[in-house]
Design a protein around this ligand. Structure first.
Ligand SMILES: NC(=O)c1ccc[n+]([C@@H]2O[C@H](COP(=O)([O-])OP(=O)(O)OC[C@H]3O[C@@H](n4cnc5c(N)ncnc54)[C@H](OP(=O)(O)O)[C@@H]3O)[C@@H](O)[C@H]2O)c1
Length: 288
């Protein structure tokens, strides 16, 4: 596996380059700036003009991307590679949202919308970047998955299934890229401070007819969680914990396939590994 040397793009004098998506808030906003501070050339995406301007103000090259608009993915890749002279050392797929709601209350349209943003868009962007990395003989692809892509919990069926699908797709790609010099890693965070809950609220309100649902009582807790900006816990760190994993995935000579981040996520993985399945799923069903 070719190693990216610190401060260079594969041994040249140029800065290492990374494309990171969903950099308007939360994990993406933090990692874009941390990478810039650490000496990377950072190309990052957002959707609102004010978020693009904030990135540019911090020395980050900002581009519009909405994963649900295939034309924006095609344009992004052309613009980014045009800027870098056809090189890209790393891709961090990160931008996503979380559709909450019981599976029986999810319309096919709501589920498709979740997959367009969290799954098909990521596949499209990744596939368009791989040929460049193959030509280079090296590259790092890191996906921000989720612990919910390993341990599903109630009322997160749309989001969890998009991350389960991502795990399956990208771990196959990881195997297929053996010998190419391109490494693929999945980061699986547990709860991390960001806007993911508040950004998920409009999707819940739009797509879930919660007053008529068999789950309407449980939904009051879901609504409270989304309105409060997510769960409150002393085990909920900031996005810097994801950056530590990202850094390892980008720089280590042996990037890991999985980075399980946060204490609750690690506990979840251990319980899944060691508990009998029926007990494990009963435990998950006691949490919402
Ligand atoms: N925070 C957690 O607890 C947690 C846990 C596990 C995994 N994750 C994962 O971490 C990643 C980042 O989420 P976050 O927690 O930092 O949440 P966040 O603060 O809500 O940030 C999400 C980012 O994704 C962007 N985005 C949403 N839909 C998009 C689309 N269709 N096309 C392009 N960009 C889109 C958002 O842009 P706009 O501002 O324009 O909407 C925003 O920049 C996600 O992949 C999420 O699944 C988060």
């Amino acid at each position: 596996m070719a190693r990216l040397e610190a401060g260079t793009a594969g041994g040249g004098k140029e800065l290492r380059t990374i494309l990171i998506t969903g950099a308007s808030s939360g994990i993406g906003a933090h990692c874009a700036r941390a990478l810039k501070t650490d000496g990377w050339r950072v190309l990052a995406t957002a959707r609102r003009p004010e978020d693009l301007a904030a990135l540019e103000a911090d020395g980050i090259e900002a581009f519009y991307l909405d994963y649900t608009e295939p034309a924006s993915i095609e344009r992004l890749v052309a613009d980014v590679l045009g800027r870098t002279g056809g090189r890209l050392d790393a891709l961090f797929n990160n931008g996503a949202y979380a559709q909450a709601g019981a599976v029986e209350d999810l319309s096919v349209a709501a589920l498709k919308a979740q997959f367009e943003a969290n799954f098909f868009g990521w596949h499209d962007l990744t596939s368009r970047i791989v040929p460049t990395m193959r030509r280079q003989g090296q590259g790092r692809i890191v996906h921000c998955s989720s612990i919910l892509g390993i341990t599903p919990v109630m009322y997160r069926g749309a989001y969890a299934s998009s991350k389960f699908a991502l795990e399956g797709l990208m771990l196959c790609m990881r195997a297929e890229l053996q010998g190419s010099g391109i490494a693929v890693s999945m980061i699986e965070p547990g709860p991390v401070k960001s806007k993911i809950a508040s950004n998920g609220l409009p999707w819940f309100l739009k797509n879930i007819d919660y007053g008529k649902s068999a789950h309407r009582e449980a939904y009051s807790a879901q609504l409270a969680r989304l309105r409060a900006g997510g769960s409150v816990s002393r085990f909920k760190p900031g996005p810097e914990v994801v950056y530590a994993a990202l850094r390892h995935a980008l720089l280590s000579p042996r990037p890991r396939p999985h980075y399980v981040v946060t204490v609750p996520a690690r506990i979840g993985v251990l319980l899944k590994r060691f508990l009998p399945a029926a007990l494990f799923y009963r435990l998950l069903a006691s949490r919402a």
